[in-house]
Structures are given as structure tokens and as C-alpha cells.
Write a new protein. Structure first.
Lengths: 335, 335
DNA sequence: GAGCCTGCTGTAAACGTTTACGGGAGTGGC
DNA sequence: GCCACTCCCGTAAACGTTTACAGCAGGCTC
């Protein structure tokens, strides 16, 4: 693993200056003969340009960072699957950050953009604090947020409409004759947690159903927490005939609990998840889930970022991805 | 977004030379008063060191790349989940490459290490061609391979023992009284595909069962391909009473086909997957799967790479992660 | 043949760090 | 009062590129 060839090596070998080498390699107009000699030398030496040196000079790293809470959640994988090819087509590499939804760590990641290791960042935070907003606007590289930020925040932003999503789900459950619809949510200090609970109340109201505290439980957006919360709910409100869950992992946790309690899905209790991850289709019975367009949101975020990198001055945009209910076996038939 | 402060800016502000600034920021011995002034200036200016410039000088990027076939496969996610924290603790960032198991692209990724954007790479190739081996040994940065490479290849290497894994599964099925055990494999030109088929034959032989071509089908390591292959197998060998699948995705594809064909799992057909991904636990009935230690392999690979980065001269190591059968509902009870 | 393009190339500076080297100020010994 | 030594610090080079600028050779116009 000897030290690799640089344009200096090539220059010596070809008997020209490093400027000429650089010009040839970048396709700038050069005399035929020089081009030939340089390319030959480069080829013989197996030259590969040094990305770091190039970045230093050009002030672009051709890297984009993606920060999410937990790569174990298939939602983020779905996003990455779309983000990656879009970035790659534009010549960018993807740097990954898993933050565990830790606020301090997210702020840290944003601040780390000051090190200039990436030209921009896509971030999908669960919580959006004032510190986030400050860090985002102070960031030394463009940031695109997947998730809602306060109205008027000057930042490119891709949103799902989980409110409407919850509404779709509850309408569906209501149409099936379910009237005791429980709700298992994630933490209320997260953006989706708060939005989904509000949407749940609104949807009940619109349907003329009472809001019953016993039907609501708060856990976290993981399977085990979902299971624990569902268990508490079931203990308090044994007559529940449907469970709306704030994401698919929670729904799968609920599955476990319902089964252990001897409740049939969907005959006794219908279940709806959110995010429509791969898990929903794999689960049995297959899980009805509100598709919040993770894939589309990923792609949109990548495109927003690329546009932004091309033009820093353009006004920030908000892309809204509409929800869609994907009905499966977990909500078939009446009670 | 004005141009950020550099050590030159700090130097002017503090009235010292850039050398002193650098020394202070790197904790080299310096006079108390100078330290104070520099730190104050750096603080006021909100200085963040430029990672690119530092990399150019130090010849280290503090980045590690991870290349895998498809981030949609939970196996790789399980690996990343372990790789990420290990690298992070050592101060490295993770750069992601999804190669679609395309040989040319994998070679390309290896070659791209010549650009020096990463200090090393972890790669999990499905196929290992001569070109791979050449590219790996010629790579301009250390590479750790997850998966088997030919004996004696001078490269750090983490292996699963899928042969023993298949053997465990078949012993288990045999013990349950299954005698017509089908095998749904991935492409035979992949390392795991070939190894698993060989192991299947050996295991049958050891159990005194005949090898029946009708019981073997080749698809690809995705769910839809697995389903198609399982359907073909079912058509040819309707009396199959167990299906060994070369990974979990294939097994889930087989689930769909079996259900559509009205076969009960496991009563009519027992099913075993491989990799023991999250999907196995989510599926219904829960899927018995051979755990090949993806998480452990990820961690081991990250540690091998870090060790290698610390000492280029150490002899290459091979880490073997033993398989383990995780039995679940898909293989309960006799036929 | 002077002057002027045109086409190509080399020199050198710059990007933001780290670091080898040498110099200046201060101290102590003689 | 000179030398030796120590402690800090500044100058400058280096990492591998890109690029502004200037210079040179040759051909053209008058």
C-alpha cells in the first residue's frame, strides 16, 4: 500500500506541469498531444483523484448526511432506500447518523455540519425544540427536515399529514361498526405523538363518539413500549373493539398483547397501524396501516436538498405528502 | 451563511500566529495566557475546525464505508445497528453504499476507496469473484469482508457458518418427523446460495434421506422471488412437509404461497428461515429461523476494522460466528 | 518586420490545517 | 559579560487539488 500517485507524479511522468494534468483530467481544452501523454501516464499509474484535496479546494464534499432516530425502524429504511439513489445519481454519498431521538445528540449533529464534512443534511427529528430551530437556521449547510416544523420556519420541509391519516383510519373503523376505539400513542412531547392524539380527538368528535380517557395510552414508538401501553389500555378498557396505533411497531406490540389476552384480530379487536412499513404486510393477520408515504417523503427530501444545493437563494419550500389508508386483514368484517 | 472562521481568523483576533492557535486547539503545551486568549477568540467566533482540511493534512478522514446489497434487507440493518455505535465511539462516521449485489458496482465501490474519502470499508458481498479479490487486495484502504472468502485470502473476514446452520435446521425438522424437506435457495453463483445448497445435501445425507431434485428450487434472496420459487416447488413436489428457506424473506414469500395453496403452517408444512431478522418474530405463525448472528458479525467487523486501522501490519484475522437455531411456531408439532 | 491575436502551457497562490525548525527572551552558572 | 539551556512562539512548508495570471511560440495582418 505505497503512497498513491498524485497529479504531481503524473506531471513528472508525462513531462508537463501539474496545471496541465489538472486541465486534462477536468476536460478543459488542451492540445491533443498533451492530453494523450497525461492520460497515458494517469492510466499507467492507476491514478485516482483525491476527494479530500478536491473538497478542500472546491468547498464541496459531495456528501449528504441523513439523521434519524433509529435505523431499526423500517420507516427510516424506507426513506433511505429512496434517498440513496437520488443522491447517488447526483454524485453524492450518504453519511448516516442514528440519534436515538436524543435532542442533545440531534443538536450536536446539526452543529457538526460546521466541520464541513457534508454539503447538506436531511433530518427527521421526533421532537422539534427551540434549540432545534436555532441549530437548523444556524447550521453551516442546508438542512431539509422530514416532519413538521412551526409555520414560517425558513427551512425546506417535507410533511406527512398524520392528522388526516388518523381521520381516515377512524372513519374506516367506524364504518366497520366499531365504537370503542382505543388509541395507543407515542410520547406527547414528540411532534407526531402530539399531532396524532389531537387528530384522534377531532376524529372522534367528528364521528359523534365521546372522548374517553380510559381508551388512550401513551408509550413510545417501539414494539415493547407499544405492547406495555396496549396491555394497560386493555386492563382499563376491556370492552375496546378497535385499536388505533401511532405506528406499526406499536401495533405489533398490541398484537402480542391481544393474542395473549385471547382476543381475536379483527373479530374482537380491529387494529390499525401507521407508516405502512414492510412489517404491516408481513404480520398476521396483515396489518391495516395508514401509509404516510415514507418512500415519497424520502425522495422529496432528497430532491429538495439537491435543489437547495444548486441554489441557496430560492425560497424554502414545504412538500406535503398525503396519507392513504391501506386496508388489510386486521380490520376486516364487523364486530 | 458567511464564510466561517478559520484558525487564521482566530489568530488575528487573539494576536498570535496560526501555529499557536493550532497548538492550543490540539492541547499542546502553551503558555497559560496564550491558551486563554485563543480559546476566548475561538469561542466568540464560534469556531468549528474544518474536517476536510484536517483530513488532507492528517491523511485520515475519520470515515468508514459500509457496502451491502440492499438496505431493504433487515439483515444489513441489524449489522448497521451494531457497526454504527462501535464506529461512533471511535470517532468515525459511517458512509453507506447499497450495491444491489451488482458485481461491477461492488468493484467500483472498492476502487472508489482510492479517492480517500474513507479510511476503511466493511463490505458484505453476495458474490465473491476473482475481480472482487483483486479489488480488495488492491484497495487503497483496509477492507473487512462479512461473508466467506477463499481460504488464505489476506483480508480480515467475519464469517457465519451457514452450513452448520442448515444442518441444525434439518436436524430439527427431522426430529419433528418431517421427511420431505424442500429447499428454496438463492442464486447458486452467490457464496451463501452455493454453501447452503451444499449444506442441504450433506445434511440430507447425514440424516439418511435421499436427495430429490424436485424438492429444490432456486430463486433470489427477495420475498417475491422466494414466493415464485416456492410456488414452483409446490407444484412439482406436492407432498412436501417442510420448507427450508435460504433466508427470512424467501420464507415469508413461501408463507404467502402456502397459505394461498391452503397448506397450514406448521401442521402441513413446517417452515424454517435464515438470518433470524425482526421479520421472523413478527410473522405469523412466528418463523423458526437460523440465527447467523448478523448483529455479532456487524460488531465484529467494525472491531476488526478499527484494529486494522490502528495497526496495518497485524496479520489478517478470521472471526467465525456460530449459528443458532431459534425455534418458533412455524415448526411446532409433528405432521 | 512590427504588432497583434490565438492557443497552449507553466508558475504560483489558494483552500484550512498540522508541524518541523529556528529564533528570541529569560534564567542561571561561571 | 558570555555561554548554555529552557520555554514559547512565529515562519514556512506540506497535504493534493484548482485556477488566475502571465508568458511563449507561431501565424496573421498591415
Amino acid at each position: 500500500m505505497a503512497e498513491g500517485p498524485t497529479i504531481t507524479t503524473i506531471a513528472e511522468r508525462a513531462g508537463v506541469s501539474i496545471a496541465s494534468v489538472s486541465r486534462v483530467l477536468n476536460g478543459l481544452p488542451t492540445r491533443e498531444e498533451t492530453v494523450r501523454r497525461v492520460l497515458a501516464a494517469a492510466d499507467e499509474l492507476g491514478y485516482v483523484p483525491n476527494a479530500v484535496a478536491r473538497s478542500l479546494k472546491s468547498r464541496r464534499t459531495l456528501q449528504v448526511a441523513f439523521a434519524m432516530a433509529d435505523i431499526g425502524n423500517p420507516v427510516y429504511v424506507a426513506m433511505i432506500r429512496q434517498i440513496q439513489p437520488v443522491l447517488k445519481a447526483a454524485g453524492y454519498r450518504l453519511v448516516l447518523h442514528s440519534t436515538d431521538a436524543d435532542v442533545a445528540e440531534e443538536i450536536d449533529v446539526l452543529r457538526s455540519l460546521g466541520e464541513r464534512y457534508a454539503d447538506g443534511m436531511i433530518m427527521s427529528p421526533l421532537r422539534v425544540t427551540d434549540d432545534h430551530l436555532k441549530a437548523i437556521t444556524a447550521a453551516r449547510a442546508p438542512v431539509v427536515i422530514i416532519g413538521s416544523v412551526p409555520e414560517g420556519t425558513p427551512v425546506d420541509n417535507v410533511r406527512a399529514d398524520s392528522g388526516t391519516g388518523v381521520r381516515l383510519a377512524l372513519d374506516h373503523l367506524y364504518a366497520l361498526g366499531r365504537r370503542r376505539i382505543g388509541f395507543v400513542d407515542g410520547p406527547l412531547d414528540t411532534v407526531p405523538g402530539a399531532a396524532r392524539l389531537a387528530a384522534y380527538r377531532d376524529a372522534l368528535h367528528a364521528l359523534g363518539l365521546p372522548y374517553d380517557e380510559d381508551l388512550v395510552e401513551i408509550g413510545d414508538f417501539y414494539r415493547t413500549d407499544g405492547a406495555a401501553a396496549a396491555a394497560r389500555l386493555l386492563r382499563r378498557a376491556g370492552d375496546v373493539d378497535a385499536l388505533m396505533c401511532a405506528n406499526d411497531l406499536i401495533a405489533l406490540g398490541a398484537y402480542d398483547v391481544l393474542r395473549r389476552a385471547g382476543r381475536r384480530i379483527p373479530a374482537d379487536v380491529a387494529v390499525v397501524g401507521m407508516d405502512d412499513t414492510d412489517l404491516a404486510a408481513v404480520a398476521w393477520p396483515a396489518l391495516t396501516s395508514v401509509c404516510l408515504g415514507s418512500a415519497e417523503r424520502g425522495r422529496a427530501a432528497a430532491e429538495l436538498l439537491l435543489d437547495r444545493l444548486r441554489d441557496r437563494e430560492r425560497p424554502p419550500r414545504v412538500v406535503m405528502v398525503p396519507p392513504r389508508l391501506v386496508t388489510r386483514a386486521s380490520t376486516e368484517g364487523g364486530p
